[in-house]
Design a protein around this ligand. Structure first.
Ligand SMILES: NC(=O)c1ccc[n+]([C@@H]2O[C@H](COP(=O)([O-])OP(=O)(O)OC[C@H]3O[C@@H](n4cnc5c(N)ncnc54)[C@H](O)[C@@H]3O)[C@@H](O)[C@H]2O)c1
Length: 354
C-alpha cells in the first residue's frame, strides 16, 4: 500500500470522531491511497471514505495535494517507488527496510541528493511508547554512559509467508526483520564499522524455500563499543518469557529494557527496579483498542514527527543517509553470515556513495 499525506485542514474532534488518523496527528493527514489490489482499496475506503484512491502510482504522484508519499510495498520495490516519488517532487516516508540491495541503496541516495527531496525511514519500533520512554530517560542521562546494547526481533512467520509470498524469494530476513534490532543498535551506538554474524535456516524457512531466518550478529561501533542483534523467524513464540522486540541498554549507572508487543519499560533506580506499563492508558492510541493490533500509534507518531521536521526545517532521524548506512550494515551481516568471516563496513559505504 502507498499512502499520501498533506497538511491537515482545521478539525473538530468532537464532531469528527470517525477519522482516527486525524485524531492522532495535527501536522499531517492522509489524502490518497494506492494499491494494485482492488480489494485492499475497498477495505481502506470502508474506513477512510474521503481519500482519493487509485491502482496507478503515477496518478497518485501527479496530485498537487500530495506532499509526502508513504511506501509500504514489498521490500524489493521500495527503491523504484522512492526514486519515482523523489522525481515527482515528493518527500518520502519509507517503511523498513529502506531497500534490500546495495544497487538500490546507491540509486536512492543519488536520487535524494539530485532532487533535494527528504526521506525518513519508518522505523516503527523507535516510535512505540516504551522505546520512546527508554530513549528520553537515556537522553536525561539516567543510565550513564552506554556500554553495551542488546536487541532482538523474534516472531514465527508462517502467516507472513502465506499472506506475502514475496517474503520467501525476493528479500532476506536480514532486511525484512533484522532491520528492527539493527536499527535500534545503530540508533544508540552510532556508526557501525564491523560486523560478525552467523545464520541458520529453521525448518519453517526450509518449508517455504526461504534463506537464513535465524541471525545472530555482533556489531562494533566506531568508538569500539559492542552491540548484539538477534532475529529468529521460524520459532514458536513464548511471549510470557520474551517479547517479539526487546532492547536492553547497559550503562555505567544503570540498565533499561523496552518491549514490544507489551508496552513495558523496565529500568533500574536507586529504589530498585521500576516497571512502567502504560498499556492500559495507551492501547487505544497505539492499537485501536485491539490489545496487540499492529502499528497505528507508531506510524502516526513518525508521520507527525517527520511533518513537523519538514515544516520547521529541523533535522530528524533516521534520515536518508542514516537509513542507507543501516542497509549497508544489514548487507554486511548477510555477507558475514554466508562467509563466516567478519565484514568491514567501509567498502560497502564507499560502494553506495556514502
Ligand atoms: N513495523 C513495520 O514497520 C512493518 C510491519 C510490517 C511490514 N512492514 C514492511 O511493509 C512493507 C509491506 O509489507 P506488507 O506486510 O504490508 O506486505 P503485503 O504483501 O501485505 O502488501 C504489499 C502491498 O503492496 C502492493 N503493491 C505492490 N506493488 C505496488 C505498486 N506498484 N503500486 C501500488 N501497490 C503496490 C501489493 O498489491 C500489496 O497489497 C514491507 O516492506 C514490510 O517489510 C513494516
Amino acid at each position: 500500500m502507498l499512502v499520501a499525506l498533506t497538511q491537515p485542514v482545521p478539525r473538530d474532534p468532537a464532531t469528527d470522531p470517525r477519522d482516527i488518523g486525524r485524531l492522532r496527528t495535527t501536522h499531517v493527514r492522509a489524502v490518497a491511497g494506492c494499491d494494485l489490489r482492488e480489494e485492499k482499496i475497498a477495505a481502506a475506503r470502508a474506513v477512510c471514505p474521503d481519500l482519493f484512491y487509485t491502482t496507478r502510482y503515477e496518478e497518485m504522484l501527479a496530485r498537487r495535494d500530495v506532499d509526502i508519499v508513504c511506501i509500504y510495498t514489498p521490500d524489493h520495490l521500495h527503491g523504484q517507488h522512492i526514486v519515482q516519488a523523489f522525481e515527482a517532487g515528493k518527500h518520502v516516508i519509507c517503511t523498513k527496510p529502506l531497500v534490500n540491495s546495495l544497487d538500490d541503496a546507491r540509486r536512492v541516495l543519488e536520487a535524494g541528493r539530485r532532487t533535494g527531496r527528504k526521506l525518513m525511514v519508518g522505523q516503527s519500533t523507535r516510535f512505540f511508547e516504551s522505546f520512546r520512554r527508554q530513549r528520553r530517560a537515556f537522553e536525561r542521562g539516567e543510565i550513564g554512559a552506554l556500554e553495551f546494547v542488546d536487541a532482538h526481533y523474534i516472531h514465527r512467520m508462517d502467516w507472513y509467508y502465506d499472506k506475502s509470498p514475496w517474503a520467501a524469494t525476493t528479500t532476506d530476513w536480514a532486511f525484512l526483520c533484522l532491520s528492527h534490532p539493527v536499527d535500534l543498535v545503530r540508533w544508540y551506538l552510532g556508526h557501525i564499522v564491523e560486523v560478525h554474524a552467523l545464520g541458520y535456516r529453521s525448518s519453517l524457512a526450509q518449508k517455504y524455500g526461504a534463506g537464513f531466518d535465524i541471525y545472530a550478529a555482533n556489531l562494533r561501533s566506531s568508538d569500539g563499543r559492542i552491540g548484539r542483534a538477534m532475529g529468529h523467524y521460524g520459532l514458536h513464540d513464548l511471549p510470557s518469557a520474551r517479547n517479539a522486540i526487546e532492547l536492553m541498554l547497559y550503562g555505567s549507572q544503570g540498565t533499561s529494557m523496552a518491549q514490544y508487543h507489551d508496552m513495558r519499560y523496565i529500568h533500574t533506580s536507586p529504589d530498585g527496579d521500576i516497571i512502567e506499563d502504560p498499556l492500559y492508558g495507551k492501547r487505544a492510541y497505539y492499537f485501536n483498542n485491539e490489545v496487540h493490533g499492529m502499528h497505528y500509534g507508531e506510524f502516526a507518531n513518525y508521520a507527525e514527527y517527520f511533518a513537523e521536521a519538514l515544516l520547521e526545517d529541523r533535522p530528524y532521524s533516521p534520515d536518508l543517509e542514516e537509513g542507507i548506512e543501516t542497509i549497508c550494515v544489514l548487507e554486511a551481516i548477510r555477507r558475514s553470515a554466508h562467509s563466516g568471516q567478519p565484514v568491514q563496513l567501509a567498502p560497502l559505504l564507499a560502494e553506495v556513495g556514502l
